[in-house]
Design a protein around this ligand. Structure first.
Ligand SMILES: [Zn+2]
Length: 174
């Protein structure tokens, strides 16, 4: 198996943006703890591409693509469901609402306050979880199978209820 390319543990917004850092690497799904709660293929990889830049000369931004194949539980029949994930994003790290308002609508805004850095894994995990539907299910009518016994209703709390910019999942479709 090819060796994982290292991504830095932390993203330093201003440093990376000023230097226009480009990162290319991957994680094993098992390294992203919140993802292992919903994905069962822990040994597979998540590929990550990140390009940093300054917007308006002062606001750090990152454009990125995350690719992975996740094996989730279908919330209708509870069988495994393979999801071909491709998440594209353009994030601006704004100090405050005022900075956020000055930005183009295309940006997803992270309000960072006084923080200088962010755990890379947290950013990647957040973006993946935001792109997965709350109740993933097969795109065929799998719910008609009745020979599986009682289907246990599983209520999973969406981890990002608090975020206001919930993205609509495109589930790998462009
Ligand atoms: Zn199903």
């Amino acid at each position: 198996m090819e060796k994982a390319k290292k991504l830095p543990n932390k993203i330093n917004f201003f440093n990376f943006a000023k230097k226009e850092v480009k990162l290319d690497g991957d994680y094993k799904i098992s390294e992203l703890s919140r993802l292992t709660e919903i994905a069962s293929n822990e040994n597979d990889k998540v590929k990550v591409n990140l390009s940093f830049r300054l917007e308006n000369g002062r606001i750090p931004c990152v454009e990125g693509i995350i690719k992975s194949i996740l094996v989730l539980d279908c919330q209708r029949c509870l069988d495994s469901l393979q999801v071909d994930l491709k998440v594209s994003f353009d994030i601006a790290f704004a100090r405050n609402e005022f900075q956020a308002d000055s930005l183009d609508d295309k940006f997803e805004i992270y309000l960072i306050g006084d923080d200088e850095e962010l755990e890379t894994k947290d950013l990647i995990t957040d973006e993946i979880l935001l792109s997965i539907p709350m109740a993933p299910s097969h795109d065929f009518d799998c719910g008609l199978e009745t020979d599986k016994g009682d289907i246990v209703e599983e209520v999973r709390e969406h981890p990002f209820d608090a975020l206001k910019n919930i993205k609509i999942a495109n589930f790998g479709k462009e």
